[in-house]
Design a protein around this ligand. Structure first.
Ligand code: ZN
Length: 276
């Protein structure tokens, strides 16, 4: 599906309560192109990408982060096209224990890692990496200056708030990365899941307010002595698909860790309470 003269989109066949209609792979440029978020390693999706690239040269395969619905197709696409894998860093494993869970693509092996502000270019386009940790520690957005567009991966999505799952997901970093977007003047976002976002600042302001509201709910529940995450989720996420409750619990944990780091709450044996 062509969105603009420079941007095309291909939907992967992986719909779920977490991916909405599926992961959206973007193709940037004509002639010499970049592929952003090649998606899951699914033969039908790879065939669709290759068909769209029939008369093109792929100069880069870019990944926003290494969740399994985003990066696994990078390796087979590289094998098929010879293009380099460029973009986010592989996940760094931390001394304090594994940061990755089953949602991460451990096989991701980039040829070149882009730091914040680094660019890559093809005919008539440049993409600039915008470091946006929070959803994952290695998350990058990609800015297409020519169209004032930002490919937002899972940092900002067009259909739902993003999951922030510790230890790799970090609520404080996520809030800072949202604030960073408020300082930019992108006219449109192309998220990996959901529709393009045509009023980016309005959405980001709403997302920041939503997280502050969640934090307020958590503090009120702690004030009433509700200190276990599953009980908090029951109160806070009434009406959502129960399959999303574990993910909601991860986001609540991310808030609690942030509050603990700020000295507002404390934890002992999975029971959380307001700090004295
Ligand atoms: Zn993700």
């Amino acid at each position: 599906m062509r969105l603009t003269p420079l941007v095309r989109r291909i939907l992967a066949p992986n719909p779920s309560p977490f991916t909405y209609s599926g992961t959206q792979t973007y193709i940037v440029g004509n002639g010499a192109v970049a592929v952003i978020d090649p998606g899951p390693d699914d033969p039908a999706h790879l065939a669709a990408i290759r068909a769209a690239l029939a008369n093109e040269t792929v100069v880069a395969i870019c990944c926003t982060h290494t969740h399994r619905d985003h990066s696994p197709a990078a390796a087979p696409l590289k094998a098929a096209t010879g293009a380099e894998i460029v973009g986010c860093a592989p996940l760094v494993l931390d001394d304090k224990g594994p940061r990755a869970d089953a949602a991460f693509d451990r096989s991701y092996a980039p040829d070149r890692v882009l730091a914040d502000g680094e660019r890559l270019a093809g005919e008539g386009w440049t993409l600039e990496a915008v470091a946006t940790p929070g959803h994952t520690s290695n998350h990058l957005c990609f800015a297409l200056a020519r169209e004032c567009a930002l490919f937002t991966g899972d940092h900002v999505m067009g259909w739902s708030t993003t999951v922030v799952s510790p230890p790799d997901g970090d609520m404080a970093a996520y809030m800072e990365s949202l604030a960073l977007l408020m300082e930019r003047d992108d006219a449109i976002y192309y998220p990996a899941h959901g529709d393009p976002v045509e009023k980016p600042h309005k959405l980001v302001r709403g997302l920041m307010g939503h997280r502050r509201q969640r934090e307020g709910q958590i503090l009120r529940l702690l004030g009433k002595g509700t200190g276990e995450i599953p009980a908090m989720v029951q109160h806070m996420y009434r009406g959502i698909d129960p399959r999303l409750h574990p993910a909601a619990g991860r986001s609540v944990l991310a808030h609690l860790i942030d509050l603990r780091d700020r000295g507002v709450v404390r934890e002992a044996d999975d029971l959380w309470a307001l700090a004295d």
